[in-house]
Design a protein around this ligand. Structure first.
Ligand code: OAD
Length: 232
């Protein structure tokens, strides 16, 4: 049966109450990317960076999955083929909404990473600067999130899924950050039908075969209903 690969971005969590990066008043209007989302920024001012991610972790712990996260989980359980969810989001709202095996290509707020030995563990709600690694004891704990200039996670696995996808949907992402922004081309090369679901058409919208424009909590459940009706 047909495989569906779904890429999600900050827009899917917006109606849960997490602000996006590039919408008006978004995170990148309030913080400089090079200060809080690069290895160089962390080396310069680890307290600033830990504070930024601590605030996001606290916020993410307060919010709940919305109808779009839940609809994707339903699609995963009811679609007769594979449904692979790849997210750029560092929140855990897909899992909280019931989704399984979510691929977090930009890491996860609830994990910590040792910059010295690569060990990973559950992040406390507030990470402190110089926190020692539980394995090597070096004071180099950092959030397990991917920063600009670093390689996103699970890329081989993602490209392998894209190469066998029949349907590819990008949901709530502005398509401005690579490599995720190029997944639509990978999927098209593999012969997938491609769909963009977003509040408004993005700059790259014309690349997709189809578009659904509107709030994720409305458009995603409608799309899932339509797909599942085909299988009746
Ligand atoms: P952006 O903030 O760039 O884009 C969010 C998209 O969601 C925009 O196109 C909005 O129009 C759309 N949107 C907002 N509210 C929506 C809603 N209720 N329903 C549907 N769509 C909605 O976020 P991302 O594309 O996820 O990376 O950003 C990609 C990466 O850039 C992030 O993972 C992060 C960031 O810098 C790193 O930090 C490495």
């Amino acid at each position: 049966m047909e495989k569906i690969v779904i890429l999600t971005g900050a827009g899917i969590s917006a109606e849960s109450g997490l602000i996006t990066f590039r919408d008006e008043g978004g995170l990148w209007a309030q913080h400089r990317i090079e200060d809080v989302a690069t290895p160089e920024g962390f080396a310069r001012d680890p307290a600033l960076v830990q504070g930024f991610y601590n605030a996001r972790r606290v916020q993410a712990a307060k919010v709940h999955p919305n109808a779009a996260h839940q609809a994707l989980a339903r699609l995963q359980s009811e679609w007769p083929g594979d449904v692979v969810i790849v997210t750029q989001n560092v929140d855990n709202l897909h899992e909280a909404g019931g989704a399984e095996d979510v691929i977090h290509m930009h890491g996860s707020l609830d994990r910590a990473l040792c910059a010295t030995c690569g060990h990973r563990w559950a992040a406390p709600p507030e990470m402190a600067v110089g926190e020692p690694c539980p394995t090597c004891a070096e004071p180099t704990a950092r959030p397990d999130v991917v920063w600009f200039g670093e390689m996103p996670y699970h890329m081989d696995e993602i490209y392998s899924h894209l190469s066998s996808a029949s349907i590819f949907a990008a949901i709530g992402t502005s398509g401005q950050v690579y490599p995720a922004a190029a997944f639509v081309h990978e999927a098209q090369t593999a012969g997938s039908q491609t769909l963009e679901i977003n509040l408004e058409p993005t700059m790259g919208a014309s690349v997709f075969d189809d578009r659904l424009v509107g709030k994720a909590t409305e458009t995603v459940p409608q799309w899932v209903d339509r797909l599942l009706r085909q299988t009746d």
